[in-house]
Write a protein that binds this ligand. Structure first.
Ligand code: PMV
Length: 300
């Protein structure tokens, strides 16, 4: 049986969500899949994910080897003689929730193999242990979306509130190809705000999530796009954009986007845009000429 963890995009609210503000996020129609294959002759608990060039053993020095061990421990799964054979349709470290997608797929595969219940609380706790190892101080939004799929508003205190009846939204996604560390970007925001949740920029990012959510539900893409543009400016003020991401956002707007912004932690990673459908090819072409292979995904 193949077990999945979805990738995600954050439409509005990244970084502010770490301080308790809401984030509007949506699962991608792609992520990480993992098949548990027993090794009857015995052997270690291993993970192979060729798409990311990964071949690790639980507990080895590789960060994913440590995560695998941490997830197995959180599930009380021991070290079964098992190979987790994975595939991925999102790039790693690109701001598309790849690490949470991996952690959730691994947790699901270990539960499936051990015939353990696959309840949301157990998966959230096990994948969360891995995310804390990787990111230090995650809000939990990535894990919630990787488990649940769909679109929702996430708050650290109350978790994911799925949004019902969201009109399908086409989103252009541009992985910049620039690697970055989520933990380092979270630290940068902590320094910019003095770790104070009532920083006016964080407050405004939270308010933009509320306004953008209402606009999404009303299929008012111009208003949603305006909120995304403003969010990008605020994220840049907090120090998590880059000249490349700014240029890609500008290119998307010049090619007719309603709005464009970085998504996820920033410092590289990915950006997103929404646009009238007949402008999408021009935006993808503009990104392509800047060396970025974008794609269109529909979130719902
Ligand atoms: O770039 P990603 O996929 O790691 O997304 C991180 C989102 C943040 O808000 C920056 C951190 C978090 O845990 O919410």
């Amino acid at each position: 049986m193949t077990c999945v963890g979805y990738g995600k995009i954050i439409l509005l609210g990244e970084h502010a969500v770490v301080y308790g503000y809401p984030a509007l996020a949506a699962a991608l129609d792609r992520g990480v899949t993992m098949a548990p294959v027993p090794t009857p002759a015995g052997g270690p608990l291993r993970l192979d994910l060729r798409a990311w060039g990964l071949a690790v053993t639980a507990g080895d020095d590789h960060p994913v080897g440590k995560s695998l061990a941490a997830i197995a421990d959180a599930l009380d799964a021991g070290r079964p003689p098992l190979s987790l054979i994975g595939d991925a349709q999102v790039p790693p470290g690109a701001g598309l929730g790849s690490s949470a997608a991996l952690a959730v797929a691994v947790a699901r595969a270990l539960c499936t193999h051990g015939k353990r219940p696959l309840d949301i609380a157990t998966l959230t706790r096990a994948a969360g242990v891995s995310e804390t190892l990787v990111h230090g101080r995650p809000s939990g939004v990535d894990v919630a979306l990787a488990i649940a799929g769909g679109t929702g508003v996430f708050r650290k205190r109350t978790g994911l509130a799925p949004l019902a009846g969201v009109p399908p939204l086409r989103v252009l996604v541009g992985p910049s190809g620039q690697p970055r560390s989520t933990a380092a970007m979270i630290e940068r925001v902590a320094q910019a705000t003095g770790s104070l949740g009532d920083d006016p920029r964080l407050r405004e990012l939270g308010a933009l999530t509320d306004a953008g959510t209402a606009a999404l539900l009303a299929a008012d893409l111009a208003t949603l796009g305006g909120a995304m543009n403003r969010a990008h400016t605020l994220l840049a003020e907090l120090g998590v954009s880059t000249p490349q991401l700014d240029a890609l956002c500008d290119a998307a707007r010049e090619a007719g986007a309603y709005g464009a912004k970085l998504t996820g932690a920033g410092g590289g990673g990915a950006m997103i845009a929404i646009a009238p459908r007949d402008h999408e090819p021009a935006i993808l072409a503009a990104w392509k000429s800047a060396g970025v292979d974008g794609f269109v995904t529909t979130v719902r």
